[in-house]
Design a protein around this ligand. Structure first.
Ligand code: AMP
Length: 358
């Protein structure tokens, strides 16, 4: 979707990833197949382009530094290294006075015992690196769970985080340009199934004060990191109304895929504008509400989904990413619907997704 936004504005796109025939590669002018740690390949890639950006944050600091020697890299390496490491991320947030759930860093068994005492039950043990969509995390409800959780996680560097009694989850996606100019899409409400984003609805059902606080948090994060590009901040809203940051994603985010259809300027075009030094576009919504439903590989279990049945609803937009095989839990595409109200948008997008199984 970023490559599409870039091509529409007349840019040429090169992409580097360990895979062949990737969704981006199908749209890009040049697809390079190399490991993110192949510094020779990263150097050749960066020498051939003007600006480098990311759709995935787990790129090594060495690779980012190599790219920075030959091209403009946005967002900067510091933002990536903070977002890809939960201990660094939470520490950064606390140092900037931003709200997080009680947590403790864990680098060995002794720290785990101390963390349990400090954080209490229930808690979630999360690996410091490479965790996403609920991978690399285990819930700890009682003292009996601790040893098994530590073993399951491979005794790796981790954080222990207090389990939040959730009212709902929201995200705010912000765009920040090279001169510090700034824009955001407002809070989006996210529902997960088995830790994977399932449905996003915009605007989120949160009080105005919560929305304003969330927007203030992301603004402060972006300014503190001198961030250029798109940043998503995921938040938990607790039942008592408290707002805490869950995590940072330094790239276009799945919860913002609906902006492609719902807003004057999508998160992908905003990313392009920000990294290329262009003015940011208007994030204004085209209708009062929008909803997005993810399409996971599981939908293909009974054969090809019934696209025509969903597209018979005239307001439904279908996006398929061109991934080669439909594995269970793999994000293959999404549906978007715009409507007059958020409940109506949610209802319609869920109806459209049900129709795929007719
Ligand atoms: P994460 O990979 O950290 O974004 O976690 C994936 C999902 O697990 C979140 O979107 C929440 O639904 C749930 N989760 C993670 N951490 C917590 C927590 N501390 N309290 C409650 N739910 C959590």
């Amino acid at each position: 979707m970023f490559a599409m936004a870039a091509r529409r504005l007349g840019y040429r796109v090169h992409t580097l990833s360990p895979d062949h025939d990737t969704p981006t590669g199908q749209i890009a002018d040049v697809e390079i197949n190399a490991s993110y740690d192949d510094l020779d390949a990263v150097r050749a890639f960066a020498q051939a382009v003007d600006v480098v950006t990311f759709e995935f944050e787990n790129v090594s600091a060495a690779a980012v530094a190599e790219a920075e020697r030959h091209a403009i890299v946005r967002p900067n390496g510091r933002s990536l290294s903070i977002a890809q490491h939960r201990i660094k991320e939470k520490t950064f947030l606390v140092e900037h006075g931003l709200p997080v759930a009680p947590f403790a860093p864990i680098r060995n068994e002794a720290e785990l015992a101390a963390a349990i005492t400090a954080v209490g039950y229930p808690a979630v043990l999360k690996t410091a690196t490479s965790g996403y969509d609920g991978k690399g995390q285990v819930r700890i409800a009682t003292p009996g769970d601790v040893d098994a959780a530590w073993t399951t996680m491979g005794r790796r560097e981790a954080i222990l985080e207090s389990f939040v009694d959730l009212e709902l989850e929201i995200s705010v996606i912000g765009a920040r340009g090279a001169g510090g100019e700034w824009s955001h899409f407002g809070p989006i409400e996210n529902a997960h199934e088995q830790h994977i984003l399932d449905v996003s609805v915009m605007p989120a059902r949160v009080p105005a004060a919560t929305a304003a606080l969330a927007v203030d948090v992301i603004r402060r994060v972006m300014d503190a990191l001198d961030f250029i590009g798109i940043l998503c901040v995921e938040f938990f809203v607790a039942r008592d109304g408290a707002l805490v940051v869950n995590e940072l994603a330094p790239r276009p985010h799945n919860s913002g895929h609906l902006t492609f259809d719902a807003c004057r300027t999508s998160q992908f075009e905003q990313q392009l504008r920000a990294i290329c030094g262009l003015p940011l576009g208007s994030p204004e919504m085209l209708q009062p509400a929008a909803a997005m439903a993810n399409l996971l590989g599981d939908l293909w279990e009974g054969g090809e989904p019934n696209w025509a049945a969903a597209l018979a609803m005239p307001d439904v937009k279908l996006h398929l990413y061109g991934k080669s095989s439909a594995r269970s839990g793999r994000k293959m595409g999404h549906l978007t619907v715009l409507a007059a109200t958020a409940p109506e948008a949610r209802r319609l997008v869920l109806e459209a997704r049900c129709r795929l199984k007719i």
